[in-house]
Design a binder for this molecule. Structure first.
Ligand SMILES: Cc1cc2nc3c(=O)[nH]c(=O)nc-3n(C[C@H](O)[C@H](O)[C@H](O)COP(=O)(O)O)c2cc1C
Length: 182
């Protein structure tokens, strides 16, 4: 049976560095990651697709995009989140994804889920505040944090025009992905 790791980028823009790293992980995983090569990494666009969290919509029959996302998360092996930093925090859309995914309280699809996080930014801190925020939050909603704090500063200098990612980034990112796939 295929084991699925769901990859979520906190950035919506087409030229996103964060999404480029997500895609690089997926490309590498497709060349064989898990011990038996049966781990599939898939990029999911939940951040774009979800409505803004509204408790009135969060009934026994929530919007289908929410129900489908929760089902996928419940079934998956692990989740990898790539985040930019917006004003020293995660982007609002990424927080919205976590808000939907972390309800209903104590019975949601992220409980017990293994989750890893990386941050990147053109600046010198590599998204440290956003990654710290996420890493603090993950255990609070009942998921299991996997891997070290991964920050990639000056990311604009580390991805080539053809999408090739510098080994200084790809090494630790792949190590996290392998840990999530295990
Ligand atoms: C609204 C907004 C706020 C930002 N705030 C920060 C910040 O606090 N720290 C930082 O390092 N970069 C900040 N940036 C710059 C982003 O790191 C940069 O745009 C990055 O490329 C976004 O990630 P992406 O390439 O994956 O879209 C901000 C960008 C925007 C649009």
């Amino acid at each position: 049976m295929t084991t699925r790791v769901i990859v979520v980028s906190g950035s919506l823009r087409s030229a996103s560095f964060t999404t480029a790293l997500c895609r690089a992980v997926i490309a590498e995983s497709s060349r064989g990651f898990g011990a038996s090569g049966d781990v599939e990494f898939v990029l999911r666009d939940y951040v774009r697709a979800l409505p803004i969290y509204d408790g009135d919509l969060d009934t026994d029959t929530p919007p289908s995009v929410v129900a489908d996302m929760r089902h996928e998360l419940t079934e998956c092996h692990a989740v990898l989140i790539g985040t930019p930093e917006y004003n020293y925090n995660i982007p609002g859309g990424l927080k919205n994804f976590i808000d939907w995914a972390s309800r209903p309280f104590a019975k949601h699809s992220l409980i017990g889920r293994r989750m890893g996080v990386f941050g990147c930014a053109p600046g010198d801190r590599g998204g440290k505040a956003s990654v710290e925020y996420l890493r603090n939050m993950i255990p609070l909603f009942g998921a299991t944090l996997i891997g070290p704090e991964l920050l990639f500063p000056k990311i604009n200098t580390l991805i080539a025009a053809d999408g090739t990612v510098d080994a200084s980034v790809m090494g630790p990112l792949s190590a996290l992905a392998r840990e999530l796939a295990a």
